[in-house]
Design a binder for this molecule. Sequence first.
Ligand code: RB5
Length: 147
Amino acid sequence: MRIAIASDHGGFYLKGDLALFLEEMGYSCHDLGPHNADAVDYPDYARKVATAVAEGLYHVGILVCGTGQGMAMTANKVKGIRAAVCQDTYSARMSREHNDANVLCLGARVVGPGLAADIVKTWLEAEFSGEQRHSRRVAMIQAPEGK
Ligand code: RB5
C-alpha cells in the first residue's frame, strides 16, 4: 500500500514519528512535506496529499496538523476524497468500514504519539465493509461531485 503523508508546523514532529512507524510496519510512505518546522499554511499540504490520492498516485493519505480539522476541511474539497478526523481507534476503524475514508487526519495537539500510532495502524488495517447500505451512503456523499 502506497501512503502519502504531510503536515503543517503543528503536526510536523508527529508526522516524522508516524513516517518512521509506517516504514517499520513495512508500508511505503512518501513524505510530501514540509521538511522543517517553520510555519506553513495547512491547506497547501492538505491539497497536495488529497490531489495525489484522488489521482491514484497513492492508495491513501495521512495529514497531521494541530487538530486535524483544517486538513480534513481542505482535503474534503477535492473530488473523490473522504477525509476523516480520527482522534480514537473506534472512529478510525469505523471511518474505513462504514465511510470508506481514503485520508486520515490527526491532531498533534490532541493525541500523543502512542495513540496516534495506534490510530494509524487501526485505520490502515481496517477495510471498507462493502455492505450495500454503506456503499449506497458513500455514493450519496460523493453525489454532489457528479460523475
Ligand atoms: C496552526 O496553528 C493550526 O491552526 C493548525 O495546525 C490546525 O490545527 C488547523 O486546523
